[in-house]
Design a protein around this ligand. Structure first.
Ligand SMILES: NC(=O)c1ccc[n+]([C@@H]2O[C@H](COP(=O)([O-])OP(=O)(O)OC[C@H]3O[C@@H](n4cnc5c(N)ncnc54)[C@H](OP(=O)(O)O)[C@@H]3O)[C@@H](O)[C@H]2O)c1
Length: 248
């Protein structure tokens, strides 16, 4: 099948930890992948070009989430879009509005508007457990399902701006589905850990490394979530993966 005939999908934030794995598997499945990265020449994205099938089937687009026109170029011609990009800060950020809320919320809106324009058939938005769990009023012991959302006021009061951003962004994304503009699914991972494809360490891998090496860093959202997440289970899976722990 020639490149022109292959089904095209777009992955935002392609060079990140989760997105790199997604790109890898999409290439292995034979898709033509449009990956958005902020800087295609940055060494931190070099691993993408080395993935199997990348030389023929991976096209990188220089795109910031706040650049609607660039996003339109990346999603044009795609039947599917995986919106993965979002800042995942290590600690507190000095200017949450600019550093978190805008890229997450305005960024998601830009991606989804570009998908409407490109008539994308299905969009997968990567949200987070952070959009679900920060809800002190949820009845103890009750399963946190689609009805359970993080409480925006609680997020603000506890300075969990990452969770606030993910909550607003996911609610906004699902509005596109309710209005019938896009076919959207959202996924809410908890703490994702395992081997890294990218050369620079991401926040969730750093969190794990902190546990293993004895320096425990935490953000308000991490400490809240860790109290409620089966870290031990994830540790078992990690052990089975034989992860290579990089030295800092
Ligand atoms: N890892 C986890 O445990 C976990 C858990 C739940 C949800 N998630 C969600 O999963 C997604 C990926 O997370 P990850 O762990 O793979 O994080 P990551 O490695 O830090 O990847 C984040 C990606 O987003 C891109 N990005 C950030 N701000 C951007 C902007 N303004 N414009 C364009 N791109 C931007 C980054 O690009 P640069 O490299 O240029 O900064 C990077 O490629 C995020 O939506 C995150 O909220 C992750």
């Amino acid at each position: 099948m020639s490149g022109e005939d292959k089904e095209r999908v777009c992955v935002t934030g392609a060079g990140g930890y989760i997105a790199s794995w997604l790109v890898k598997y999409l290439l292995l499945k034979g898709y033509m992948v449009h990956g958005t990265v902020r800087d295609p020449c940055d060494e931190k994205n070099a691993h993408l070009k080395k993935l199997e099938g990348a030389s023929e089937n991976l096209q990188l687009f220089k795109t910031d989430l706040l650049d609607y026109e660039a996003l339109c170029a990346a999603t044009a011609g795609c039947t599917g879009v995986f919106h993965v990009a979002c800042p995942v800060p290590v600690g507190k950020v000095p200017n949450p509005e600019v550093q978190l809320i805008d890229p997450a919320v305005v960024g998601t809106k830009n991606v989804l508007n570009s998908c409407v324009k490109a008539k994308v058939k299905r969009v997968v938005v990567v949200s987070s457990i952070g959009a679900v769990m920060l809800n002190p009023n949820w009845p103890k012991g009750q399963v946190m399902d689609e009805e359970c959302w993080s409480d925006e006021e609680f997020c603000k009061a506890t300075e969990n701006y990452y969770c606030l951003a993910k909550t607003i962004a996911e609610i906004q994304a699902l509005e596109y589905a309710k209005r019938g503009e896009l076919d959207i699914v959202t996924v809410c991972p908890s703490i994702v850990i395992g081997p890294m494809l990218q050369p620079t360490i991401n926040t969730s891998s750093l969190l794990l490394l902190g546990f293993l090496k004895g320096f425990f860093f935490t953000t308000p959202s991490h400490s809240y979530m860790l109290e409620r997440t089966l870290v031990l289970n994830q540790g078992v899976r990690l052990y089975r993966c034989k992860i290579q722990i990089p030295t800092l």
